[in-house]
Design a protein around this ligand. Structure first.
Ligand code: NAD
Length: 478
């Protein structure tokens, strides 16, 4: 049975799309059509922004506690649908279901409650002045937000934006990726059931041209984007011209630095999660593994064993650790990088092809390259697939140089028996986030990148602040 929608979620209801075009959704596992949604046209974006602008006046005037009550109901409704959400995401993008339950089913309600409560605790700040008098510093919602998200972790990434934006009193027009729309429509069901006021959230599914139309729309006050660096640059150009605030979460090529005292085998599950989770399709993964020459062969063997023994297969099976890539285009891209890695002189220790017994589905074998040099293409460009490049280093100084020899700076990890040593090393890594003996972004901590990995931060109080305007009211000034 396929899941097919005929309406668009605009202004709090399922409305008739302006045109007849549809977006089919294809399973990366079976290569069969599993559903469809209407493709939004520019006229639908106009309607969505009108609805969001109209809703803003009311929603922004509610107290944070009133908004928190509705957002709490939204979280409850999402929780009721969490298994369905996880299944839809796995079916659309190949994310292993065990991970989808945690990221896609679990994070959205958690983030909604976290930010709804945070907003209720914020108060205007009265600051004593330096020149006499005092200043009242107030926060207000930034306005109508255009949120554009990718397909790799669609629900969690949506709520990195939606939860703080709605809690701050903003209204949102969301453009999901064409590959993952069925989860966004289920979210709309939850919003309706929760009684989210009309126009506070609107969803316009479509591709990059529709995204560009949304970004440049005069009715928007802020853009929040997660996706590739190339698209981020184009969006930043538009926002620069319009002087429109923008948050950009872009690509990565992070380093997983194994120090000479590391117990990699003892931390192997965490190492897998930090380097190959979600079939290698996460922006912060540490896909450049830096290994000390003093233990080089042993570390290459450990990582090779890990990759070789992963359970690859149907993402809907509980035991699957690695599913297919999202699309045949993405598989072509990853296979192209594997060829390039070979041609540059990298040595494949496991993988490099398509797994046996997968006649259908866009699978690639978990692949490890040893003897990679830092200027090889596979050590510099984001592959977005299950391909690790192991690079040898001689001492810590060289490890830092290699780790920082990248146009990106998003994630990273340090593996060591001495967490203090690891934290000290992490300070020298040019990146927005680094994990010690694991990598897991915590909702309370700011997440984001430097260099080509983006602008701004999501999560933590910083995530809420990025949807608020500050106003200084100077009091008692003579
Ligand atoms: P993509 O940039 O092709 O698309 C992302 C979204 O942007 C989609 O909804 C797409 O339709 C839209 N889009 C594309 N071009 C646009 C434009 N010019 N104007 C407006 N919208 C546009 O990326 P993708 O292939 O869907 O996702 C993979 C990329 O996302 C990887 O580079 C990955 O590293 C990055 N990513 C980053 C983070 C992060 O938090 N830093 C998280 C997940 C994914």
């Amino acid at each position: 049975m396929t899941i097919d929608y005929t309406g668009l979620y605009i202004n709090g209801q399922w409305s008739r799309p302006a045109e007849d075009a549809t977006l089919p959704v294809i399973s990366p596992t079976t290569e069969q059509r599993i559903g469809s949604v209407p493709e939004a046209a520019e006229a639908d974006v106009d309607d969505a922004i009108d609805a969001a602008r109209t809703a803003l006046t009311d929603w922004a005037s509610w107290t944070p506690a009133q908004r928190a009550e509705v957002l709490g109901r939204f979280a409850d409704e999402l929780e009721l649908r969490s298994e369905d959400t996880a299944t839809r995401v796995s079916s659309q993008n190949g994310m292993p279901i065990s991970l989808a339950r945690q990221f896609e089913g679990g994070f959205p309600p958690l983030l909604l409650r976290y930010y709804a409560e945070m907003a209720t605790k914020q108060e205007d700040e009265l600051r004593p002045g330096m020149l006499g008098g005092s200043t009242l510093v107030t926060r207000s919602p930034i306005g109508v937000v255009g949120a554009i998200v990718p397909w790799n972790v669609p629900q969690a990434i949506t709520f990195l934006k939606l939860a703080p934006a709605l809690a701050a009193g903003c209204t949102v027009v969301l453009k999901p990726s064409p590959e993952t729309v069925l989860d966004a429509f289920l979210m709309a069901d939850a919003a309706i059931a929760a009684g989210l006021p009309a126009g506070v959230l609107n969803i316009v599914p479509g591709g990059r041209d529709l995204g560009a139309y949304l970004v440049a729309h005069p009715g928007l006050d802020k853009v929040s984007f997660t996706g590739s660096t190339a698209a981020g640059r184009a969006i930043a150009r538009t926002c620069g011209e319009l002087l429109r605030p923008v948050t950009l979460e872009l690509g990565g090529k992070s380093a997983a630095v194994v120090l000479d005292d590391a117990d990699l085998i003892g931390n192997i599950e965490s190492f897998f999660a930090a380097t190959m989770l979600n079939n290698g399709q996460i922006c912060w993964l540490g896909t450049r593994v830096l290994a000390p020459r003093s233990r080089y062969n042993e570390i290459v063997d450990t990582i090779t064993d890990l990759a070789k023994n992963l359970t690859v297969g149907d993402p809907l099976s509980d035991s699957t650790q690695m599913g297919p890539l999202v699309s045949s285009r993405q598989r072509d891209r990853v296979e192209g990088y594997i060829e390039k890695g070979r041609a540059d002189g990298g040595r494949i220790t496991t993988g490099g092809g398509r797994p046996p017994n997968t006649e259908r589905g866009w699978f690639v074998e978990p692949t490890v390259f040893a003897d990679v040099q830092t200027d090889h293409t596979i050590a510099q460009e984001e592959i977005f697939g299950p391909v690790l490049a192991v690079i040898p280093y001689t001492d810590e100084a060289e490890a830092i140089t290699i780790a920082n020899h990248s146009d990106y700076g998003l994630g990273g990890s340090v593996w060591t028996a001495d967490p203090e040593r690891g934290a000290q090393f992490a300070r020298n890594i040019a990146s927005g986030t680094v994990g010690i003996n694991a990598y897991s972004n915590d909702p309370t901590a700011p997440f984001g990148g430097i260099k080509n990995s983006g602008l701004g931060r999501e999560l933590g109080p910083e995530g809420l602040a990025s949807y608020q305007q500050l106003k200084s009211i100077y009091l008692d000034v003579r």
